[in-house]
Design a binder for this molecule. Structure first.
Ligand SMILES: Cc1cc2nc3c(=O)[nH]c(=O)nc-3n(C[C@H](O)[C@H](O)[C@H](O)COP(=O)(O)OP(=O)(O)OC[C@H]3O[C@@H](n4cnc5c(N)ncnc54)[C@H](O)[C@@H]3O)c2cc1C
Ligand code: HEM
Length: 315
């Protein structure tokens, strides 16, 4: 949903308080994402009974409220969300109640209860760590508040794989030649994924699978140019023949596309259709010196995969 952005868990970690439309807290804000979402969805009676969310039910929203000291612990995030208009800076309890569209006395009562719980070191949901608790005088506290809602963040299900990234069928047998890595696979994280572990999964299984699959070279130009007698520029520059301006200009179409880069001539005819940015950016340079255009977007190391067919001699 383009209108939403992920509210980092840090926001709850530094002391963000979650409140519902009545101003009540309803969970230990330091619980897992799945736990907090369950408590959010639990506001719906049907879900509370069945633990199943009906797709056509309106997704509930809640207030995330940070004190000034809590916000300090997540300053970069807070500034970012303020810039995007997703958090609002609010001075004093009255203005906060106004923002929440609730009576001042209601919001005050729940915040005072939170302060008492923090002093006791425990609340009704088992929260025992209280960071960034709003200061005693709520009327002079600066709050940062925003609206939050559950979103689908990661898909826990997926293809069953073994430790080598082979995809398994329903009988847990390897499907030959089919490999998977990343979110498309399921089961790696058990019932609930730990924060940060998805990218770890991508790199671990991506590496395992990548190592066992022989990857062919991306372009066919190397062998093509070798067949024509061209050698690697770096290895055997002496063997390259001279190519004049006149000869170069004859190879100026997409079906016969020679381009000069850094004084060497490349036959890119077979490569143009493989160019990730599209063929046009190369065919426009057919029969010409394309060094300037090439340099504007590419480093020279890209040319290591290409063998020149000659040395450009501009006559
Ligand atoms: C807002 C947000 C924040 C996150 N933050 C974190 C975090 O901090 N740490 C963490 O570990 N994880 C995080 N995750 C989860 C993590 O980013 C993803 O699980 C991970 O990027 C998945 O990578 P992937 O390569 O497996 O899949 P994807 O990145 O989804 O790649 C799948 C690719 O396949 C392409 N594709 C789909 N269908 C086809 C098709 N039919 N043909 C060809 N291509 C196709 C898609 O276009 C896509 O490019 C976050 C996720 C979200 C949404
Ligand atoms: C003239 C000779 C050129 C050659 C041999 C060439 C070669 C390549 C190669 C090999 C890649 C893939 C790089 C990789 O995946 O690591 C690439 C990507 C790309 N090239 Fe070129 N290129 C040429 C000219 C140009 C020009 C003139 C432009 C722009 C006007 C351009 C724009 C791009 C872009 C934007 C990508 C990245 C596309 C993506 O990330 O999907 N290239 N090129």
């Amino acid at each position: 949903n383009p209108g939403k952005i992920l509210a980092g868990e840090l926001m709850r970690g530094v002391g963000g308080i979650l409140m519902n439309h009545e101003g009540e807290r309803f969970c230990n804000e330091l619980g897992t994402r799945a736990y907090v979402v369950d408590k959010m969805f639990g506001h719906d009676q049907q879900y509370a009974k069945t633990k199943t969310w009906k797709v056509d039910t309106e997704i509930p929203t809640f207030s995330l409220v940070l004190s000034a000291s809590a916000a300090e612990g997540a300053q970069k995030h807070v500034d970012h969300y303020l810039n995007k208009g997703l958090l609002t800076r609010i001075e004093g309890l009255d203005a906060l109640a106004n923002w929440m569209k609730l009576p001042v006395a209601t919001v005050k009562a729940y915040l005072l209860e939170y302060q008492r719980d923090a002093k006791k070191g425990k609340d009704a949901w088992g929260k025992v760590t209280f960071n960034g608790v709003p200061q005693k005088d709520l009327s002079s506290e600066v709050f940062y508040a925003g609206t939050v809602t559950p979103v689908l963040h990661y898909c826990m299900g997926g293809l069953t794989i073994d430790q080598d990234g082979n995809v398994l069928n329903e009988s847990k047998e390897i499907i030959p030649g089919l490999h998977a890595a990343g979110e498309v696979s399921g089961g790696v994280h058990g019932d609930n994924r730990l924060g940060g572990n998805s990218l770890l999964e991508c790199t671990v299984f991506g590496t395992i699978v990548g190592k066992k699959i022989p990857i062919k070279p991306r372009n066919s130009i190397q062998s093509n140019n070798l067949q024509q007698g061209g050698g690697g520029a770096a290895d055997k520059p002496a063997e390259l023949r001279n190519i004049s301006t006149d000869e170069l200009q004859h190879h100026n179409t997409e079906d016969d596309c020679w381009v000069v880069i850094h004084g060497l001539v490349y036959d890119l005819t077979d490569f143009v259709d493989e160019h990730p940015a599209g063929p046009e950016s190369i065919t426009e340079l057919a029969g010409k010196d394309g060094t300037e255009e090439f340099q504007a977007v590419h480093g020279e190391n890209i040319l290591e995969d290409f063998d020149p067919i000659g040395t450009f001699v501009p006559v």
